[in-house]
Design a protein around this ligand. Structure first.
Ligand code: PLP
Length: 381
């Protein structure tokens, strides 16, 4: 009998070992991993520097709670915010928790309930975040939702009509990950920022998937005209050790006082060791340039499959890339795993590529060869 709740689909691959861009399953089969725990292991699997820092921490202390000072939190907060207009951090354990913290913060700050999120967005699966998420499939059977989330159209100037003096916050992903790797357009973001300024509306950017160098900058919003009041993070922050965070401006940092929010595990010493080491590896000019260069290289390689019929577009930022098909891609994802390449869908029609941010050209070439092999077999190319 399967003693797990059936919240996930059938899972046939169990990974037993992982290193860099490669994983090996329990039968000994090796795969090139272009999923990376769904945009989590940005430094690749078991990066030696990150592993060493985690091991050093494991040899000192694992957990203390936030009753006691955890100095790693201060160092990680500084590494996340230095050189930006953001100044403060709160640590939690996941993306959904980070978004919940941001939700509480803007509610308390503005004392308004109306929040604008966007169609096809994904913000998590707690009750408030189900309400925030602009995809019906995640809400099905759980209604009524936390009220006052309005799903305005993404990349559409009609969204501006919803923004008024009653609006607490505009809440968005710069690249919608689960929604199909859809990149927000700069002109639209500029218009959102202007409307937010006009009506004193707060801006929350959900960088849970885009954050920590995934798009070629520390945060994706840095490539846009937006100046968010709150940024939410998780996934790539700990290289695979669970950690989430919100970052705030100085004004937003005055909203929570002692007792207004907290977490037993949040900012735990082991999580902070993982986060600090991850930032050391990824937030260098060389690493960020590498992400942009490899992203361009992968996009260029994928664009040769775009024929306007079966594949219509390659889109994304940095190493968060989608190959958009006119047909469902689930079978191709399965077949790619069979030939040793792990990729993940972003909605039914998009094959999503989320390799290690340290991925090499030859690993990208290997992925492209495997993709070509499958598409040739299917008579697509
Ligand atoms: C943009 C975004 N926000 C929030 C979440 C939820 O994060 P978590 O699964 O860590 O709770 C995800 C997860 O895919 C995400 O992509």
């Amino acid at each position: 009998m399967n003693s797990l709740l059936p919240t996930y689909g059938p899972r046939t691959i169990e990974i037993a070992q992982a290193s860099g861009s490669y994983v090996t399953d329990v039968s000994g089969k090796t795969y090139l991993d272009f999923v990376m725990g769904i945009a989590v292991c940005g430094t690749g699997h078991r990066h030696p520097y990150v592993q060493q820092k985690i091991e050093d921490q494991l040899n000192r202390v694992w957990h203390t709670s936030n009753l006691y000072l955890i100095s790693g939190q201060q160092r990680v907060a500084e590494k996340l915010t230095n050189g930006t207009h953001l100044t403060h951090a709160f640590f939690c354990n996941s993306g959904t928790e980070a978004n919940e913290a941001a939700f509480k913060l803007v509610r308390k700050w503005t004392q308004k309930t109306k929040i604008i999120t966007f169609t096809q967005s994904f913000h998590g699966r707690t009750f408030a975040m189900l309400g925030a998420t602009g995809q019906e499939k995640v809400k099905h059977g759980f209604g009524p939702m936390v009220s006052d989330f309005i799903h305005a159209p993404f990349n559409d100037m009609n969204a501006l009509d919803w923004i008024d003096d009653e609006t607490s916050a505009i809440w968005l992903e710069i690249v919608q990950g689960e929604g199909g790797v859809v990149v927000a357009e700069a002109s639209w973001l500029r218009a959102l920022q202007e409307a937010a300024d006009k009506h004193d509306v707060k801006i929350v950017v959900d960088e849970v998937q885009t954050g920590i160098a995934r798009t070629g900058t520390r945060f994706a919003y840095e490539q846009t005209p937006l100046r968010p009041h709150v940024v939410t993070l998780a996934k790539g922050l700990g290289s695979g050790i669970p950690v989430g965070a919100i970052l705030t401006t100085p004004e937003a940092a005055t909203v929570f006082g002692p007792g207004s929010h907290g977490s037993t595990f949040g900012g735990n010493p082991v999580a902070m060791a993982a986060a600090e080491a991850t930032l050391d590896v990824l937030l260098t000019p060389e690493s960020l340039k590498h992400v942009t260069d490899m992203g361009d290289y992968l996009k260029g390689g994928l664009s040769r499959f775009v024929d306007g019929e079966r594949f219509v577009e390659v889109r994304g930022l940095g190493l968060m890339i989608g190959l958009v098909s006119t047909e469902p891609v689930a079978d191709w994802v399965t077949e790619l795993a069979e030939v040793g390449l792990l990729v993940v869908m972003a909605g039914p029609h998009v094959i999503r590529f989320l390799p290690s941010l340290l991925v090499t050209k030859s690993e990208i070439d290997e992925a492209l060869t495997k993709l070509e092999q499958i598409l040739q077999k299917e008579g697509v190319v």
